[in-house]
Ligand binder design. Structure first.
Ligand SMILES: [Mg+2]
Length: 374
């Protein structure tokens, strides 16, 4: 099989409500989703997605489109999309980093591979261990009262746990966390995510202030590169520590394990650069006693489906839900992924490929200038 054409569809999707994050990111009102359509000489079409977020990943919508249009797509025309090893080797030889562009191509190639075998991607990855995975939700910054009411509503809607976005004024974040725990009771799983918002001292103050509320884990309290502070916090606090921004590559995963710096890796298929590198990090984590949390960027249905296929085959933390609500945070999605999430339960799709349908009319509705490379 050969790739005959790529079509890039840059989408901008508004969120239902503005999403207030840490000092490092501010408030988000919309997300960029770069959809890629990969066509083949056998008539099979695969879909991929990249999720540029400048302050998080170092990519912009324009930079992802540029890297794909100028470098990656022209070099992969004529290649076999079902040979993921060669696809990744070629992309890595062309340009370092640029994970959002590479992730989009990786997902589309897995989609083609699955469709060509009439097999879901999770089967290609070794087979699913679950038929369903619980879903959690995540809330942005606000007052303690608003946070408590919001998380209580999420609990009532059937979601299995909630992430509280922190990383701004640490005293308010302590008050919010205590108020949420008071509102939802002792058994509802809670996670706090500071999104790199603090230095070590502030991160420690927050951690000490919430040790009594039994957080399931505390994510990325300090900058992605600051493994030493992460390790120090892990020793000083009784709360498990998670790396998210700090674990994009397998080499970063190895450095975190070597430094004994975290208990959990937050896995996102686009942040990791696609399904193949994400699966590799999951296996490394599993072999080194690091638990997995399937998280999401602010992303659409293709990236969500890619992560769900990886999660289905992994040894995951079963004590909380995982992040398959991202399409519901947006005003719309160009796929049917949201239909897999019902009453806080995510069903693993058994359809060929990634297992979701992309609607052409919705792509047209939300895309700015599509780009064809053939
Ligand atoms: Mg995070």
């Amino acid at each position: 099989m050969k790739i005959t054409e790529f079509v890039l569809h840059p989408l901008r999707m508004p969120l239902v409500h503005p999403y207030a994050l840490s000092n490092a990111y501010g408030v988000l009102a919309e997300s960029d989703q770069i959809y890629i359509e990969v066509k083949t000489d056998e008539g099979i079409v695969g879909w991929g997605e990249g999720n540029p977020w400048p302050a998080f990943s170092g990519d912009t919508a324009a930079s992802v489109v540029c890297v794909l249009r100028e470098l990656i797509c022209p070099a992969l025309l004529g290649e076999d999309p079902t040979n993921l090893n060669v696809i990744h080797q070629k992309m890595d030889a062309l340009i370092a980093g640029c994970k959002m562009a590479k992730a989009a191509v990786d997902m589309a190639c897995y989609d083609i591979l699955g469709k060509s075998l009439a097999t879901p991607v999770h089967k290609i990855l070794g087979g699913k261990k679950y038929d369903t995975i619980r879903c959690f939700w995540s809330v942005g910054g606000s007052s303690p009262e608003e946070s408590a009411a919001e998380v209580l509503d999420i609990k009532k809607r059937g979601y299995w746990g909630c992430m509280i976005k922190i990383g701004t004024d640490y005293k308010n974040d302590i008050a919010r966390t205590l108020a949420v725990r008071e509102a939802v009771g002792p058994d509802f799983p809670l996670i706090a995510d500071a999104n790199q918002g603090w230095d070590y001292d502030t991160a420690l103050r927050y951690g000490k202030g919430v040790e009594s509320v039994d957080l399931l884990f505390y994510e990325q309290p300090v900058k992605a590169w600051d493994i030493a502070s992460l390790a120090k916090l892990r020793r000083k606090l009784s709360i498990p520590i998670s790396a998210d921004e700090g674990v994009s590559t397998i080499q970063e995963a190895m450095a975190l394990v070597k430094a004994d710096a975290c208990d959990v890796f937050s896995i996102k298929s686009s942040k990791q650069g696609g399904i193949m590198p994400a699966k590799r990090i999951c296996e490394y984590a599993s072999e080194h006693g690091v638990r997995l949390f399937f998280n999401s960027m602010i992303e659409g249905g293709i990236t969500q489906a890619a992560s769900l296929n990886v999660a289905a085959t992994s040894d995951i933390m079963m004590t909380t839900g995982h992040s398959f609500f991202s399409t519901l945070r947006h005003k719309d999605d160009v796929t049917d992924f949201a239909g897999l999430v019902v009453n806080g339960i995510t069903t693993i799709p058994d359809r060929p490929g990634l297992g979701v349908t992309v609607y052409d009319e919705k792509i047209k509705q939300y895309e700015s200038s599509p780009v064809a490379v053939k």
